[in-house]
Design a protein around this ligand. Structure first.
Ligand code: ZN
Length: 366
């Protein structure tokens, strides 16, 4: 018997006034639903993970998940997932809304511990606001200490939940309601304030984040008989860039801009050119520890703007190739990257095609 994580990502997001479905908007560089999915995967608590979605999700892009089509309402989607899991020897299911991207492994562990002695465990928060209840035209005061605001994941013994759903005729907004309607016992545990739900576009605006900017510049000399790498890809050209590494000016300027925005000194400090171990290093490998630093310190990239300064090759011809490569290397959407071409009007070493330079500005959120 094993546990399953069900990620509900099929909602129509009626309160979220955007053309893109809420679950697929970009939040911290990733589609919203991927955040909770990654936490569930990283927790290693689940034998199965089922994503319920009405939009196509490429299963092969994610390790070890099943994707099934959702229903029109939330409870229809849950029911479909439970149907899919029937006869698959599931002991407990954790049902989570994709619109809660800040799920933590800590909360998952707490839920798991409580499931040992309970058949239904649901996280909640107390209300921070005073609460009134309107009944016809009369407004009543409610004791806010007795108000439970339920969160997800809501966790249940699979067969018990399956049977309750089978006999349910009512529209319900969460599984806890189903248990309450049937007078079944739920163990409520204190949830996590950070595990909030994104309901409206404004919720995203109010998510506090600080913005930082970084600037990077690099120049390398062009020499014959060397391969040219720009933005992590090989560019067909008669010369390449001289340097300790592959001389990729775009990646070097990006690294410096990212380090600058994080206030972590510069590329020369990270990769001293007198160290032989870095000799002939591919610049995309130099990017890896910088990205680790970025994610470990909770930064995300808002956008990157690049000026590539050279007479040749012509930027218009290589632009798409470079942007695609950068988008893959940085794991960000292509539309967050801009690449502009600039010549030096035949002036100086750049103008005489003896060097290529690059400048980059990036913006990060923390
Ligand atoms: Zn360089």
């Amino acid at each position: 018997m094993s546990d399953c994580f069900i990620l509900l990502s099929a909602g129509k997001s009626k309160r979220f006034k955007s053309k893109i479905n809420k679950q697929f908007i970009t939040y911290k560089n990733k589609p919203l639903f991927e955040h909770a999915l990654k936490i569930a995967q990283d927790s290693k608590l689940f034998k199965r993970i089922v994503v319920v979605s009405n939009k196509k999700i490429k299963k092969k892009n994610y390790k070890n998940i099943d994707v099934i089509k959702g229903g029109t309402e939330r409870h229809n989607s849950t029911q479909k997932a439970l149907g899919f899991l029937k006869n698959k020897k599931i002991e407990n299911v954790y049902i989570h809304d994709a619109a809660r991207p800040n799920l933590s492994i800590n909360l998952l562990m707490k839920l798991k511990n409580n499931l040992k002695k309970n058949r239904a465990v649901v996280p909640y928060l107390n209300s921070e606001n005073s609460v009134k209840y309107k009944n016809n035209n009369k407004i009543n005061n409610l004791d806010r200490d007795k108000i439970l605001l339920t969160q997800t994941p809501q966790c249940f013994n699979f067969s018990e939940l399956f049977n309750l759903y089978k006999n349910n005729k009512k529209k319900i907004t969460d599984e806890a309601s189903l248990y309450i309607n049937n007078n079944k016992k739920i163990k409520f545990i204190l949830g996590d304030k950070n595990n909030f739900k994104i309901t409206t576009l404004d919720d995203l605006k109010y998510l506090k984040s600080e913005t930082y900017y970084g600037i990077g510049f690099d120049i390398h000399r062009l020499i014959k008989n060397k391969k040219l790498y720009l933005g992590g890809v090989k560019i067909p050209f008669h010369s390449g860039l001289k340097g300790h590494s592959d001389g990729d000016v775009i990646l070097h300027a990006i690294i410096d801009a990212l380090l600058g925005a994080m206030r972590k000194s510069d590329i020369g400090t990270l990769y001293p050119s007198n160290l032989t171990k870095f000799k002939n290093i591919r610049s995309k490998n130099m990017l890896t520890p910088v990205l680790k630093l970025l994610y470990n310190n909770n930064f995300s990239i808002n956008n990157i703007d690049i000026n590539l300064i050279c007479e040749n090759p012509k930027v218009s011809i290589i632009r798409n190739k470079i942007i695609k490569s950068l988008s893959d290397l940085l794991s960000i959407n292509r539309n967050l990257i801009n690449l502009k071409g600039k010549t030096a009007e035949k002036l100086g070493i750049i103008g005489k095609e003896q060097a290529i330079a690059c400048e980059v500005v990036c913006s990060l959120s923390k």
